[in-house]
Design a binder for this molecule. Sequence first.
Ligand code: UMA
Length: 444
Amino acid sequence: MDLIGKKVLVIGLARTGRECARFLVEQGASVTVSDLRPEAELKDEVKSLAGLPIRYFFGAEERRWLEVIDCVIPSPGVAAENPLLSEAAASGIPVLSEIELAYRFFRAPLVAVTGTNGKSTTTTLIGEMVKAGGQKVFVGGNLGTPFIGAVSGEWDWGVLEISSFQLEWIERFRPRVAVLLNVTEDHLDRYATFDDYRRAKEKIFAAQSEGEFAVLNREDPRVWALKANVKARVVSFGFAEVTEGAYATANMIVWRDGANEERFPLADVKIPGVHNVENMMAAVAAAKLAGIARQPIQQTLENFPGLEHRLEFVREKDGVSYYNDSKGTNVGAVVKSLAGFSAPVILIAGGIDKGGDYGPLEEGIKRKVRRLVLFGAAKNVIARALGHLTETVIVENLAAAVGDAAAAARAGDVVLLSPACSSFDQFRNYAERGRSFKNLVQAL
Ligand code: UMA
């Protein structure tokens, strides 16, 4: 793809926009960056690009910004309804997502992981396995480091966490190994229907052909149904024994590839929960397809401590265990997190409601949750949906929620922050919410 002299508009000036602008200037493009926030809020971002020949437009988006533009690169957080994007698409100006742009320049093969939950854990595991196998690997994407920032590096592999947002504007993006972990309701504040969200995720397989691999979860009926539609070779993971692919018994993961069988004991693995067995099976399958030997895979499974903000143990106080699961930003994630506990749980939830159904949580709340502590913008919506199932209290913010949970907890209980919502009503992001929870718990 020749970018010399091309007039490119990048929409959004945060992590993705900044890296795209830098790359496009390097490639000789004529770069414009827009952001709907006022300039005063973007001083640091503009400063980080100081000295580069970039034209900026800030504030409410105007269609005239598209005049003379040859190509538009939206940040993932920019929805298709954005006036610049919809106008560009309607008038035939090519729109490419950042991962599509990066794909056209990245020279190593890719493993790409998507799904509603487990993406970050699985991507990190695969990256560590490939690294332990002695390969030079870039690990990033939705995980936090934009893919575009890696294209000038020398790599043997790229391992990417990919969101539905990033898949919206792809054309040729074609991973050697594409993994779909699961699909449950999320981001219904961005997509009109669940089907729109699901279709965006499934695009990860769209450009693949027989030479590539589609790794599918047999435990998720929506994912497994895709086996008939994908063009790539299907490799699967799940709990029932198979002759090709990965499966798990109570104490090991088994990988089978024709006549070969490799066993990965789980006795020394540190990450808990059935959902993590699924994540580990997916990671083993992807790493094997990337040609990694048994030993570095086993070593990674045993050394991996889990991710911050994902069922992260914070401390025990007076016999009560506190867990930070701030990355549990949708209902499906909380269902899986609750499944990992057998002790009575005091669940802290709330934030910005994403327009989905809280129904899948009913069973877990009835069986495990002794007290439900709700805070933030969605507190009343969640209380209406689930409050009749257990003792429920409504508080204003996270500090009050931790205070209430600590006062109500008895020895043997678990206090779990697993919000089922995004964080933007009271925090910058889920990480800030998680850190705030940990500070509050440490201060008890
Ligand atoms: N903006 C506009 N116009 C709009 C909308 C937004 O100008 O119509 C501007 C905003 O004012 C802001 C910028 O766009 O300045 C924000 O862009 P962004 O939200 O894409 O932020 P980035 O920092 O580039 O982060 C993105 C991903 N964000 C989202 O998908 C919302 C990050 O995923 C990702 O880590 C990063 O790229 C690097 O690849 C975060 C996320 O929440 C973690 N992802 C979702 C999730 O995991 O559920 C999908």
